[in-house]
Design a protein around this ligand. Sequence first.
Ligand code: SAH
Ligand code: SF4
Length: 350
Amino acid sequence: MNDLVDIMSVSRDEMASWMQQQGWTRYRGDQLFESLWRHRVVSYGQISSWPKDMRQKMEQIAPFYRLQTAAVQKGTHGTRKILARLRDGQQIETVVLPHSYGYSVCVSSQVGCNMGCNFCASGLLKRTRNLTSGEILDQVRLANDVIALEQRVVSRVDLMGIGEPLDNYDNVIRFIQMAHDSHGFNLSYRHFTISTSGLIPDIYRLSQEKLPVTLAVSLHAPNDVLRSQIMPINKAYPIEPLLRACKSYFDNTGRRVSFEYALLDGVNDSNNMAHQLADLLQGFSCHVNLIPWNPVPEHPFSPSPKKRVEEFQRIVQNRGISCTIRKELGQDIEAACGQLRRHEEELLSP
Ligand code: SAH
Ligand code: SF4
């Protein structure tokens, strides 16, 4: 960004102060924030209520770069996967998902992921950088553009796309605060879900933010031996202290934690594993989300058969733990959980 201000990552309050420093009124900050996020302008030229010389000056001192839609794929049931091109040419994916209540968007937080979980497509390419708050926020704008014809806007945001959100902590928190702003997308904090592979120090930090967002923790195995095999991060942050952090999150926020568990045929889906999982979570007010594993050609796993998934659910439920099977949308366009990936620019060049 050189010395230029990254206006897309600036909060409304900061925008107002910045406008004042430039010799304009604070109100211009509100106008700019609303133009960027409520009206979704793509250039200063579109802010028609501003004098021309002001628009020109802003173009010079605070030019902004919107994410470019490189492609949109439409799946069954109205799921859309957007391939978005960043300022530096890198490409990430964002998914818009239809539900009975309206639309949600699944946003990426990093370009690639360093956590190396061996069942996931997002980690196949290492992280090259964090997304800025503005780049995460701009994915919500792209999603709203895609459903604009239906006169809809997204009402929920899942940080479940490419990347480990808590590995880009500051930008993610700023993103959530900006997306919550009533002059912008006006999204309720309760409508955000942060999914994490379990970065314990950051879970504690998040529990102090006073943001009532939902925390989803990718567990995927009920013991350390197996979890370390499929999620290398478990060696640094094993299950027992991870669960302590989750309990502290619940105690501090009152928000029930979700545990994600992707069922891999013959790996983590036995009755015995279901009982181990129930043992672990006994007495903790939480929720388990079972995800039949979504195929990633580079990885050697198979999804558990439907009957196995149902039996696993039955065992966990019978042990008094709330447990649902996630309805996966977007498999047909590789837009389901764990199927999103960073794209190398050269691979996509014509
Ligand atoms: N990095 C974060 C968020 C992105 S992944 C995390 O790991 O939590 C979103 C969810 O999809 C996580 O629960 C992740 O473990 C899960 N996932 C990854 N690959 C998957 C796959 N192939 N099938 C089903 N779920 C998968
Ligand atoms: Fe990264 Fe999450 Fe995929 Fe693990 S599951 S590699 S943390 S995106």
